[in-house]
Ligand binder design. Structure first.
Ligand code: 9MR
Length: 597
């Protein structure tokens, strides 16, 4: 039987009409009561946007009250239409209390009887997260003990993969059979994610984003916030900005992955090093007994090395000229090797014991590396490589889904738009305009949604939270280029989404919010599987909703989910709930931007 016959619909319409006249406030509330009031659970900046999403079937405006910690009404207003949110399937309204300028902790927003999680309104809102999101990288370090005095007692552990049994790496790692006939010292670097693999392509983008966050902050007069003794790292007090100390840990590893002179394919970088077979959860790094192997060198990895080492040469020069020079030598060698071997393509099939990170299109990496080498050296050969690249003029380097480890042309474009270089003025103007128009497109996407996410409905892929942060960083660069307030507003609203103003009312950042991710997929922070191990530390960022449901837990628990709801805080759901360096890096970048004042 059909759910609604024409007659039944007429009757409902008549009834609804009648209700308009006879309804008491109680029955109206029963019809209209929101099912959720979703806010940034960390809070809002006094001078920033302050918006909440109200999930409600009501199509009429609803009254809202902002209450302070004592329950006193601090501000009130009415919602505006938000409409149907395609990515979540929710129907939404918007409560906007941006004009409120008070500060404090423990605010709540009540809409028609439904109350949000509590949140703060204060200027220093993002200071703690700035440090924690960046200190995540220290905790992921391979080849050094993680010290209790820096990481906290629960997170301390012996060095992993330093040639001490049962580890079989990483001080003298052989190649896979047939790939090379020698062993290489590839100690150090960061573990990629919940696994203990180390991948040059993913290390590249994460390193670039950390170093870029410092370079951007320095341009806008905020270098001190990321300076020496701002992070919990062993190098505190060495007079070098801590974020650069942290990124150097990975840069040293990336350079160790380069093939030495005198060997076949000298100058190329091995694509990755990881266990021969996947380890189970939990596996503490120092207890991993799997053989470790170097996988074939690739053009993509080599260009990631060229790009990040060239960026290193520029940004580290004022602090350590010798290191900067070593970076530049490595970058030039990598560039030359990649040019000689442009078709060593990493396949998607090489995924036993570690992620594949396959990348068969490397023109974007060539462009990115050329841009970094050019910005650093101003040499004409690199300028020519920039201007002759199809990616220099392509109008789609900033895709709706966002740049990513395999799509890096945007990184080159951002560097050319922001770091002084010798491009002709008209070309530079065009490059800068391309960043701003990309930001405009992301803002337009946000404005069409109930939760203001800079991601299209089909953008909820593996690591979607990282994509949100990447797109928000482009919006933030547009703010630097134009000083137009709407770009700061957009970047901040993207953080609102990540910190709880979303369809699940979920903060995806551990320790920041009332209802936060706590069981991310990780071999050491595996508390859900072993109560003697810790949960992820504060500032750990979950991958986020992934409509493709690419792990058994997600497939069992999330079948039929709307894209923005395809997330579960379960350690087994690696395709929605892992942590990774390439996601924490844009989070750290974005939060550093948000924290500036
Ligand atoms: O982030 C990667 C995502 O884009 C891929 O679709 C996915 C499957 O290949 O792999 C993701 O990266 C994982 C990597 O392969 C291994 N370490 C953990 C990474 C995050 O889940």
């Amino acid at each position: 039987m059909p759910k609604s016959t024409p007659l039944a619909r007429t009757a409902t319409a008549l009834l609804a009409g009648a209700l308009l006249f006879v309804a008491t406030p109680t029955t109206q509330a029963a019809v209209a009561a929101p099912s959720a009031v979703q806010v940034n659970q960390l809070g809002y900046l006094p001078d920033g946007p302050k918006r909440a999403t109200v999930v409600t079937a009501s199509t009429t405006a609803l009254p809202w009250q902002l209450r302070d910690a004592s329950g006193r009404t601090a501000a009130s207003g009415t919602t505006t239409a938000g409409g149907a949110d395609a990515a979540s399937g929710d129907s939404t309204q918007l409560a906007d209390f941006s004009s409120y300028r008070g500060t404090g902790t423990g605010y709540t927003l009540t809409v028609d009887g439904r109350t949000s999680h509590p949140f703060d309104i204060r200027a220093g809102l993002y200071d703690g997260l700035r440090a924690d999101a960046m200190s995540f990288f220290y905790q992921q370090r391979s080849g050094t003990p993680i010290e209790a005095r820096l990481a906290g007692a629960a997170y301390a552990r012996p060095a992993g993969h330093l040639g001490v049994a049962p580890n079989q790496g990483d001080t003298s790692v052989p190649c896979q059979p047939g790939v090379c006939d020698y062993a290489q010292d590839v100690r150090g670097g960061w573990y990629d994610a919940g696994d203990q693999g180390k991948y040059v392509v993913n290390g590249g983008i994460a390193t670039w984003q950390l170093v870029n966050s410092f370079e951007r902050a320095a341009r806008s007069g905020h270098a001190a916030a990321l300076g020496d003794s701002t992070l919990r790292v062993p190098e505190r007090g060495n007079k070098v900005p801590d974020v650069l100390d942290e990124a150097r840990w990975e840069l040293e590893f990336l350079m160790r992955m380069q093939i030495p002179d005198g060997k076949p394919l000298a100058g190329m970088a091995f694509h990755k090093i990881h266990d021969a077979a996947w380890t189970g959860l939990p596996t503490r790094p120092e207890q991993d007994s799997q053989p470790r192997e170097l996988h074939p060198p690739s053009t993509a990895a080599t260009l990631n090395l060229a790009a990040t080492a060239a960026q290193c040469a520029r940004v580290y020069a004022p602090y350590d000229a010798a290191f900067a020079a070593r970076c530049l030598t490595s970058a030039r060698r990598a560039w030359t090797a990649a040019q000689a071997h442009p078709d060593r393509l990493a396949p998607d099939s090489d995924g036993t014991g570690g992620g594949a990170y396959g990348d068969t299109r490397v023109g974007d990496e060539f462009y990115w590396a050329a841009a970094e080498l050019y910005a650093t050296t101003k040499e004409s050969r690199y300028r020519d490589a920039v201007t002759s690249s199809p990616f220099h003029t392509a109008d789609d380097v900033f895709t709706a889904g966002g740049f990513a480890w395999a799509d890096t042309a945007a990184l080159g474009r951002i560097t050319l738009a922001t770091v002084p270089n010798g491009l002709p003025a008209t070309d530079l103007t065009r490059v800068r305009a391309s960043v701003v128009s990309a930001a405009d497109a992301y803002l337009a996407t946000m404005s069409r949604q109930g939760y203001a996410v800079p991601l299209p409905t089909d953008g909820y892929v593996w690591g979607s939270n990282g994509q949100v942060a990447n797109n928000a960083s482009v919006i933030a660069v547009a703010h630097e280029l134009t000083r137009q307030p709407r770009y700061r507003t957009g970047a901040l609203e993207a953080l609102d989404y990540l910190l709880g103003r979303n369809a699940l009312g979920q903060s995806y950042v551990t320790g920041y919010g009332d209802h936060t991710a706590l069981n991310q997929h990780h071999r050491f922070w595996a508390h859900q599987y072993d109560a003697t191990l810790p949960n992820p530390p504060a500032g750990s960022f979950a991958g986020g909703p992934n409509a493709a449901l690419q792990d058994p837990v997600a497939q069992e628990k999330l079948a039929g989910c709307k894209p923005a709801k395809c997330y579960i805080d379960d350690i087994g759901s690696y395709s929605t709930n892992e942590v990774a360096i390439n996601w924490n890096a844009p989070l750290a970048w974005l939060v550093a931007f948000a924290a500036e004042r």
